[in-house]
Design a protein. Structure first.
Length: 133
């Protein structure tokens, strides 16, 4: 499970979205055996959703987003859900929460492909970069 998560992340950075989608589809069939695997599977699911959004597969993306209960998730996953759902209203607050508990820093912001979707928005991007400095 860990290898699938890492490989899907690396493939996202290489813009291999179709391959990420196929790889992570397989991961959806895996049942978590412990808390670590549960975390890895959630991260893998987020990687899948990033790939779907990059592939502009809105139909599948929206179906998958409806299955996620982000309410109890950590700030970084709430932030990912907001970005993937195009709910940019509370993004800055979620960024501040993620920074406060060391889930987000400038390196992670620049590295994780999910932030591509908001780095293109100069207004939001400049406010986030200010928070991260």
């Amino acid at each position: 499970v860990y290898d699938i998560m890492v490989n899907s992340f690396e493939l996202l950075k290489q813009k291999e979205y179709e391959f990420v989608s196929r790889l992570t589809t397989y991961a959806q069939k895996i049942e978590a055996r412990d808390e670590d695997q549960e975390d890895y599977l959630l991260r893998t699911k987020v990687n899948r959703l990033i790939a779907l959004k990059k592939l502009e597969d809105e139909s599948t993306l929206n179906k998958e987003l409806k299955k996620i209960k982000a309410g109890t998730a950590s700030p970084i996953f709430k932030l990912a859900f907001a970005i993937l759902s195009d709910q940019h209203i509370n993004i800055l607050d979620l960024v501040k929460q993620a920074i406060a508990i060391d889930e987000l820093d400038l390196n992670k912001y620049n590295e994780w492909p999910i932030y591509d979707f908001i780095r293109d928005n100069s207004d939001i991007n400049s406010k986030i970069e200010t928070e991260l400095k």
